[in-house]
Design a protein around this ligand. Structure first.
Ligand SMILES: [Zn+2]
Length: 452
């Protein structure tokens, strides 16, 4: 399909039919990104106040919550007043799901189950309004990278959930909107050629997907003598999991030096933040109030805090001060790109990307990843922290390169990082299993999963 036709006609009609005003939202975001911070704050305050009044009037859970906190949204003076409302946990959502939804929501509610790909499963609902803004945010940020709505985009997806949703309507829609989804739940030497061929035929402008999946795909393709750089992709949009620096570099090189643009968000939280060309992660300020919290208090710029979200357009099931379990730091100062959206940095994502030491330190997964990566002859690996003092390392080898003391080096390195009392065992395996969602995680910690 001709991209211009998709952009000007097909996609807008599709969104209308679906009951979403995505393109109006996009236009608004285009305008708002260049406002000065004071003007932007004024608009966000108005949106927040409207959301909170709606929540009090129409959502039983929040009506009770506000009353208990003696919070009256009509009397709000600034965004700061939001802090009177208690933080919202995943546990509360599970227990109060039905009482958290807006029964009279225009266009109805869509139920979504996160399936637990990043820890515990969570069921939630979203509405057309939220979908429109989230989609518009995605379109906006693609434009930051020179990619217009309607240009061919390939989703190389790792999730079996998505694959089963591939019904014929969606296939048709994808055709019309120049999108193609390829399920890469399992990439193997046996099917990588087929995947490569399908991408080649589609000739996508951009790729979108899990960085681990894309990296693995490119590695395997190369082993088959197929060069991903010949696919002619101009940018890779990384999503759904932490993008490590080494992955960014590897993917860029594998595809012939293309830029890698990263976003932060989640199924339940929506489209929160995206990198601009200056390398800063801008928060979608018109759609969110994002807080960075430690011990119930906001942290300063450059300090680690848990990301706490209030989605300003999730009216069907409001998320007000939702504790994501992810960690980042508030950014500081203006960005050279000129956009006034605030920034965040040091996103270290999902709590499963940490290991927890017996003396209570949450160490970034990279601290143990580096140890294993440093041993030559390690082809693939996975580190599993079963219990506080029980760590297993699965290693797939290139036998002729792996040193005789490889296991000892891994064990000694991890003990040095995590503490001597930790039992570490190295198991040499033929294949590294993916997790339930098909993601290739380097580190899984059952201790970190339990939360702070
Ligand atoms: Zn910027």
């Amino acid at each position: 399909m001709i991209p211009l036709l998709v952009r000007k006609a097909i996609y807008p009609v599709h969104e209308k039919v679906m009951g979403r005003n995505t393109f109006a939202c996009l236009q608004e975001l285009e305008r708002l990104q260049w406002l000065n911070p004071a003007q932007l704050e004024e608009i966000r305050f108005r949106k927040l106040r409207e959301l909170l009044i709606h929540a009090r009037n129409n959502i039983p859970f929040y009506a009770d919550r506000f009353e208990e906190a003696a919070f009256d949204p009509e009397k709000m003076q600034s965004l700061e007043d939001l802090k009177i409302i208690p933080l919202l946990t995943k546990g509360e959502i599970k227990q109060n799901l039905e009482r958290m939804t807006w029964k009279g929501c225009p266009g109805g509610l869509h139920r979504y189950n996160t399936g637990g790909s990043s820890g515990e499963p969570l069921i939630f609902y979203f509405d057309k309004r939220r979908q429109s803004w989230d989609k518009a945010a995605r379109m906006l940020t693609h434009r930051w990278w020179g990619v217009e709505v309607g240009e061919k985009e390939l989703y190389l997806w790792g999730s079996p959930v998505e694959a089963t949703r591939q019904d014929r309507m969606k296939e048709l829609r994808d055709k019309l909107t120049n999108e193609l989804l390829i399920s890469a739940f399992e990439i193997s030497q046996a099917n990588v050629g087929d995947i490569f061929g399908a991408i080649q035929r589609f000739t996508p402008e951009t790729l979108f997907g899990y960085p681990s999946t894309i990296e693995l795909f490119a590695q395997m393709a190369k082993k088959q003598g197929l060069d991903p750089a010949t696919l002619g992709v101009s940018v890779f949009f990384s999503t759904a999991e932490l993008l490590y620096d080494h992955q960014r570099k590897a993917i860029s090189e594998q595809f012939g030096g293309i830029p890698v643009a990263d976003c932060y968000g989640s199924r339940e939280g929506g489209f929160v933040s995206h990198e601009c060309r200056e390398g800063n992660y801008h928060v979608m300020d018109p759609n969110y109030v994002v807080e960075f919290i430690k011990d119930e208090q906001p942290v300063s710029a450059g300090e680690d805090g848990e990301i706490v979200l209030t989605h300003l357009d999730a009216w069907g099931m409001p998320l007000i001060r939702y504790k994501t379990g992810d960690v980042a730091q508030p950014g500081e100062g203006a960005c050279a790109c000129g956009r006034s959206f605030s920034t965040m940095q040091g996103i270290r994502g999902r709590t499963t990307d940490f290991v927890v030491t017996p003396d209570g330190r949450w160490q970034h997964a990279l601290s143990v990843i580096y140890i294993v990566r440093d041993v030559e002859g390690v082809d693939e690996f996975k580190i599993i922290q079963h219990e506080l003092e029980d760590v297993q390392v699965l290693v797939k080898l290139i036998p002729e390169l792996y040193p005789g003391n490889g296991n000892e080096r891994i064990i000694a390195g991890i003990k040095k990082r995590m503490g001597d009392s930790v039992r570490v065992r190295v198991d040499i395996v033929e294949t590294i299993p993916t997790d339930a969602s098909g993601k290739h995680r380097y580190v899984v910690s059952n201790v970190a999963k339990k939360g702070l």
